[in-house]
Design a protein around this ligand. Structure first.
Ligand SMILES: Cc1ncc(COP(=O)(O)O)c(C=O)c1O
Length: 427
């Protein structure tokens, strides 16, 4: 694998973009190398600027559930672009996309679109605070909800990857309104909800995927609902990753727990910038101009993103969900088998339909502390070896793999062969 052109671009980028990238986890510093610059994607493959090909398990960190440049998604985007890229006025596609999401996500009656998951989180918090007249939020260590001031303490994703416990530049007042609780810790949750300032919201990823994939223990999501009800707080599920991926109706459908508000992103924009917050009509009607809670966006509900999102959802029928689940199961089982055969360091392989993490740990991981205690050096070496064998993994132990519907049986085989070789190099 040569990376001459990537290295040259990175050197130029370092002078122009902080860290050489426009979003931190792309930098690949956590696996001890510089970033790979991408030329194009084809299905489940990436081709870099040096001509190297990789089976892609990042898939833009989630939006590309049908892989790169899916013809139906492309046609929809090109068709929309021909009609005009943005109007700052409503379009029929926005109504159709909202209706389609509401059909799928049981708790969503109405929604407001944004241009990113971060903005959707900001809107959800503002709504929760307006609805309850309270300020304090409970969130969980290792969860990531976008780069929102008050939610960066002990956050997952890029902050965990770069060991940033809480970002400088966050006003003390913003951080003071957040109580951070360890994921899966019932006692800590009870303590945080029984005492202290009244709560506006409990905010959680119902299937956390930003400290690696760390599902809730049995009963924990039900406890979140019970605690929200008991304290008069809203329950907000951040389904930016899990929504429309792990099941038609997201992680909330799988768990059978209904939040008051749901934050969405990624898949709903089909690879173009989009996010949304949705929930019960009486809450959503508080947003301007129906209500007084202000929120707005020049490119919100952008016609290209809406077209890509609609085309993406149209392709996501029951058959697609079964196929994604069985591909992920085969990948997980195959990785377990090759790790065992290679006599590699112990790993824990956790998966849900369309999501997977290989934790380099001898014991199951149930929270951020467990994810931090993994053998990050071994994960990094394994990832570098995977890249050299033509597989592109998330370059951080704290990020999930994103198997897609574009991955073929042949790519599964070549991935397992690469993983076996990479494990053998570690053994
Ligand atoms: C669960 C979750 N919430 C929110 C966000 C923020 O979304 P965006 O990057 O679109 O702002 C992310 C991003 O990865 C996420 O994983």
């Amino acid at each position: 694998m040569t990376d001459t052109r990537s290295s040259e671009l990175y050197q130029r980028a370092l002078a122009l973009l902080p860290g050489g990238v426009n979003s931190p986890v792309r930098a690949m510093g956590a696996i001890g190398r510089s970033p790979i610059f991408i030329e194009r994607g084809e299905g489940a493959e990436l081709i870099d600027v040096d001509g190297n090909r990789y089976v892609d398990f990042v898939c833009s960190w989630g939006p590309l559930i049908h892989g790169h440049a899916h013809p139906r998604v492309l046609d929809a985007v090109i068709g929309a672009a021909r009609r005009g890229t943005s109007f700052g006025a409503p379009t029929s596609g926005e109504v159709e996309l909202a209706a389609e999401i509401a059909r799928r996500m049981g708790s969503v009656e109405m929604l407001r679109m944004t241009s990113s998951g971060t903005e959707a989180t900001m809107t959800a918090l503002r709504l929760a605070r307006a609805a309850t007249g309270r300020e304090r939020i409970v969130k969980f260590a290792g969860a990531y909800h976008g780069h929102v001031d008050g939610l960066l303490a002990q956050a997952g994703s890029g902050l965990a990857t770069h060991a940033i416990p809480a970002s400088p530049g966050v006003p003390a007042s913003a951080a003071a309104a957040t109580t951070v609780v360890a994921w899966n810790d019932e006692d800590a949750l009870l303590a945080a909800t029984e005492a202290g300032e009244p709560l506006a919201a409990i905010l959680a990823e119902p299937l956390p995927a930003n400290m690696g994939l760390v599902p809730a223990r049995a009963g924990f999501l039900e406890l979140l609902r019970e605690r929200a009800d008991a304290t008069g707080a809203l329950l907000i599920f951040d389904e930016v990753i899990s929504g429309l991926r792990v099941a038609r109706g997201g992680a909330q459908e799988l768990a059978g727990v209904r939040p008051d508000l749901t934050i969405m992103g990624k898949i709903i924009g089909g690879g173009l910038p989009a996010g949304a917050v949705g929930g019960r009509a009486e809450l959503m009607q508080m947003l301007a101009p129906a209500g007084a809670v202000y929120q707005a966006g020049t490119l919100s509900g952008n016609p290209l993103a809406v077209a890509a999102g609609l085309a993406t959802l149209e392709l996501l029928d029951e058959h697609a969900y079964r196929r994604l689940a069985s591909f992920t199961d085969e990948l997980a089982a195959g990785l377990r088998a090759v790790a065992l055969d290679a006599g590699a360091p112990p790993v824990q392989i956790v998966s849900a339909p369309g999501l997977l993490t290989v934790f380099f740990s001898a014991t199951p991981v149930s929270d951020l502390t467990g994810a931090q205690a993994c053998d990050h050096e071994a994960y990094a070496a394994w990832c570098r070896a995977l890249l050299s064998h033509g597989v592109y993994p998330p370059a951080s132990q704290f990020e999930a793999w994103f198997p897609s519907l574009a991955h073929t049986p042949e790519q599964l085989e070549s991935t397992l062969a690469a993983a076996a070789a990479a494990f053998a190099e570690l053994a």
